[in-house]
Design a protein around this ligand. Structure first.
Ligand code: FAD
Length: 453
């Protein structure tokens, strides 16, 4: 059986790897000139080709599935763990927020607020069954647990920044997943924050997965866009149409965001496309990368609760990644999560950059022109799938009624957050479904029966 995989991000390449390990002939097709999707790096030509993450990526100790994959492809030596720190930018001041003591000293909150915030985190860790949280709004749940003042001071601005100001329909499962994941970075009695990164970024992992697919007899094609899923007159899967010709396959897995996957279905599969359309909302991201000659903050993440600041946070990845791995520079990422109708999505790069840099300079008045080496602006339409309150039933299933047609993308990952760990786990699950289907689809003849007895 040959399986065509559309998309060469972490999901597509890890799925291809798991399938190839299971003896399946894989043909993976990626539109861009290199693999990786959101984890693909960029080269800064003006700095002699220094390669840096386009979108920052850290690895947590609890990312077992992704760490297992790193080991499986022999890249465990690239994995580094570092103690990191977190800050808060509140009321035009920067506060440390890395240790329980710093948390207890955080001035914007009174003793009662702090106690309730700590209880909120404990409550999250105690909840194992998330189903009840699905029908409660994140606002109602956090107000109940943390109290109105802590909600207004901390949670509301953070949620507003993450969800482009509109989180009325976001269920409590979101913050539950997030807090559980973030507290997983905490280590030992001192509750130090530990994070991991890969020397050379995530690209070597993706390339190693692709190499395993090829070594098993499969094919990996880049710079090739898929334009349609091909079916025969009875609706059976025939393969895919690509910019480089048709590829015959018995099964097709679409790992692209749902909005793209729907457009790849032929007219006769319109009912499936309609069903997939029930939950295909995604937040996009606009991100300014600022390359500096010096460190800006001591923090990996600085959360921003000042609602006049347009970006969601300040992520200084070189407080995790040793600067020597990125040309000796210091990298600061300013992400802004956006709905498709946010005016920023149509604003030109120069104006966006001026707006973001204006706010960064206001936050850090000591930042000078000499400190700034270069900047880059990135935009991505599909980043975080939106799961509204009670939306689980509308999540598109992996299998379709067409045998051999599968959808496998981040919109199906819930209530876990989408990250390389949950994506890898999803890929493994999808690969088992496909391999199971492959065997159940084979009529077992007498010869096969005799061979197994
Ligand atoms: C700003 C930011 C920060 C993040 N931070 C972290 C983090 O710290 N830790 C973490 O674990 N995760 C993080 N993530 C999330 C992580 O990057 C994603 O969950 C993961 O990369 C998703 O992989 P994917 O393969 O599902 O999707 P994608 O990477 O989007 O891959 C989809 C692929 O399909 C291809 N494609 C689309 N259309 C076609 C077509 N017609 N034909 C062929 N190919 C096509 C695309 O080019 C793309 O390569 C972050 C993401 C962002 C944006």
């Amino acid at each position: 059986m040959r399986v065509a995989i559309v998309g060469g991000g972490i999901l597509g390449t890890s799925l291809g790897y798991f399938l190839a390990e299971g003896g399946v002939d894989v043909h993976l097709v990626e539109r861009s000139d290199n693999l990786g999707g959101l984890v693909a790096p960029i080269e800064l030509d003006e700095l002699g080709g220094v390669r840096v993450d386009r979108y920052y990526h850290c690895i947590l100790n609890s990312d077992r599935h992704f760490i297992d994959l790193i080991h499986a492809v022999g890249l465990e030596d690239h994995l580094q763990h570092v103690e990191t720190k977190m800050g808060f930018y509140h009321d035009a001041r920067l506060y440390p927020m890395s240790t329980p003591l710093e948390f207890l000293r955080f001035p914007p909150l009174g003793m009662l607020d702090r106690a309730r915030l700590a209880l909120t985190i404990l409550a999250c860790r105690r909840i194992k069954d998330w189903h009840d949280l699905e029908s409660i709004s994140v606002e109602a749940w956090l107000t109940r647990l943390s109290g109105r003042h802590a909600y207004e001071t901390i949670w509301k601005p953070l949620l507003g920044a993450k969800f482009d100001g509109d989180f009325a329909q976001v269920p409590a499962t979101y913050i539950w997943s997030r807090l559980v994941r973030m507290t997983d970075t905490r280590d030992g009695a001192a509750q130090k924050e530990l994070m991991g990164y890969l020397i050379g970024g995530h690209l070597p992992v993706v390339e190693a997965l692709a190499a395993r697919i090829v070594a098993s007899g499969g094919t990996v094609q880049t710079e090739t866009a898929v334009s349609e899923v091909l079916t025969d007159t009875t609706g059976r899967i025939r393969g895919i149409r690509t910019s480089d010709g048709d590829v015959a396959a018995d099964a097709v897995v679409l790992t692209t965001p749902t909005g793209i996957a729907r457009r790849l279905l032929p007219e006769r599969l319109a009912p499936i496309a309609d069903r997939w359309g029930k939950l295909d909302g995604y937040l996009g991201v606009i991100l300014l990368l600022v390359v500096l000659r010096r460190r800006l903050t001591p923090y990996y993440t600085t959360n921003v609760t000042d609602t006049s600041v347009p970006f969601t946070g300040v992520i200084e990845t070189t407080n995790l990644i040793a600067p020597e791995h990125v040309g000796g520079y210091h990298l600061v990422y300013l992400p802004k999560y956006v709905y498709p109708d946010n005016p920023y999505t149509t604003m030109d790069n120069a104006s966006l950059e001026a707006e973001f840099m204006g706010h960064l300079r206001r936050m850090f008045p000591a930042l000078t022109d000499d400190d700034i080496v270069t900047t880059r602006l990135f935009r991505e339409r599909y980043v975080e799938p939106i799961h509204p309150i009670g939306g689980t039933d509308r999540i598109a299933p992996i299998k379709t009624e067409i045998p051999g047609l599968y959808l496998a993308n981040t919109s199906q990952i819930y209530p876990a957050l989408t990250n390389c760990d949950s994506v890898t786990r999803h890929a493994r699950h999808v690969s088992s479904l496909i391999i199971e289907d492959q065997f159940s689809a084979q009529p077992i003849g007498n010869d096969a029966l005799l061979a197994t007895t």
